[in-house]
Design a protein around this ligand. Structure first.
Ligand SMILES: Cc1ncc(COP(=O)(O)O)c(C=O)c1O
Length: 368
């Protein structure tokens, strides 16, 4: 297994904790432990008494039950809790793929969604979202990409980095095609519940098809990345069993305090999501005005969910622009080159409270 550096994560490792304004974060504003404990009167006492031994490898049963509330048909034993969504991606790829296999990956995307498969030696076809069509995917292309040895189709909606939300008919159709072809659908749904309009929310893939795996996490919509709690939900017992067996070689079980707080937070997830959606909505309105003022310098596609978008920089190299911006103004944007994007885009994130101040700094920098 040869894994190249994870470009985006290396970039964050370099800048995230030493710049003034992180204007490209994909997660929402976080909370402190006390905020979460305050949701229930006895929570603080229970947290202090919480046992710090090993926990159940599949996730604590009460957390598994709580996660089921995000889905319509999933049972607790179909939920496998992980250390973040990232561990689940790594284990899924290793659980189902071999050198002889092929996978199709929605692109551009979070690097591990294709890179882990490549490192195993599997063939990877990138299924490209097109900016001209609002970053949507083409179902005919999916049909053409499928080969006899295709093992899985990987999609991500709401989408990192574009904020695109798939139309429900397309999502259903992908699930149907995967079912008909006997291919696993791995659906990265880590930005679910951050749709700007509730009626746009898609069903979870694991509720649509037997051979689907839904990926969820505390990090994004709920702003609790520091808990490092993610999960997969799937009716596919074979995939579940393989991933559970591999987990013994990575983390064995999850952090006990992380599981306690994740379960408590999930019981109140509507409040967490609503607070963060209010931040997103207010920041997004500012961004609309910003891009209207600078239409000569940026091409703006408004996202439909989540805290990130992927605008294009016109007439200037995006890598140089981002480098100059962070060095001279202390504002961090993420050049699209970190996604191997050739289109001069950059990722902007607007889920944080200090976003308005960072945007002012960015605008000052433009007028330099
Ligand atoms: C699409 C997508 N999947 C998975 C992850 C990993 O999530 P976590 O950092 O919570 O493990 C991320 C993080 O940015 C992501 O954007």
């Amino acid at each position: 297994m040869q894994l190249p550096p994870f470009k985006l994560e290396r970039y964050f490792a370099r800048y995230e904790f030493n710049v003034r304004y992180v204007l490209c974060a994909s997660d929402c504003e976080s909370f402190c432990i006390q905020d979460i404990l305050d949701f229930e009167p006895e929570a603080s006492e229970l947290f202090h008494q919480h046992w710090l031994g090993y926990t159940e490898s599949q996730g604590s049963p009460s957390l598994q039950r709580e996660i089921c509330n995000l889905y319509d048909h999933i049972q607790p034993e179909q939920v496998l809790v992980h250390t973040g969504a990232e561990e689940a991606i790594f284990l899924f790829m290793h659980a189902v793929l071999d050198v002889a296999d092929h996978i199709i990956v929605h692109w551009p995307c979070y690097q591990s969604l294709f890179e882990v498969a490549r490192s195993i030696g599997s063939q990877v076809t990138l299924w490209k979202a097109r900016e001209e069509t609002g970053w949507s995917l083409d179902l005919d292309e999916l049909q053409q990409h499928i080969r006899p040895n295709t093992k899985a189709v990987i999609v991500n909606t709401p989408h990192n980095p574009t904020g695109h939300l798939m139309p429900p008919e397309m999502f259903q159709e992908i699930a149907r095609i995967c079912r008909d072809k006997g291919v696993i659908l791995f659906s990265d749904e880590v930005y679910r519940e951050s749709e700007y309009r509730r009626e746009d929310r898609l069903p979870a893939a694991c509720d649509l098809a037997q051979n689907a795996v839904s990926l969820g996490v505390m990090s994004k919509t709920y702003g609790l990345a520091g808990l490092r709690i993610g999960w997969i939900a799937t009716p596919n017992a074979d995939v579940y069993g393989r991933m559970a067996a591999l987990k013994d070689y990575t983390t064995i079980c999850n952090s006990a305090p992380g599981e306690f707080l994740a379960e408590l937070a999930l019981r109140h997830r509507e409040k967490l999501a609503a607070r963060n959606l209010a931040i997103i909505t207010s920041n997004l309105a500012m961004l609309d005005q910003f891009f209207a003022r600078h239409a000569d310098r940026f091409a703006w596609q408004r996202p439909k969910a989540g805290a990130i978008a992927f605008p294009q920089l016109i007439d200037e190299d995006v890598h140089d622009f981002c480098k100059d911006l962070v060095e001279k103004a202390g504002v961090l944007l993420l050049p699209g080159s970190l996604y191997d994007d050739p289109g001069n885009h950059f990722r902007i994130g607007f889920g944080r409270r200090n976003f308005p101040d960072g945007l002012v700094r960015l605008e000052e920098f433009l007028g330099r």
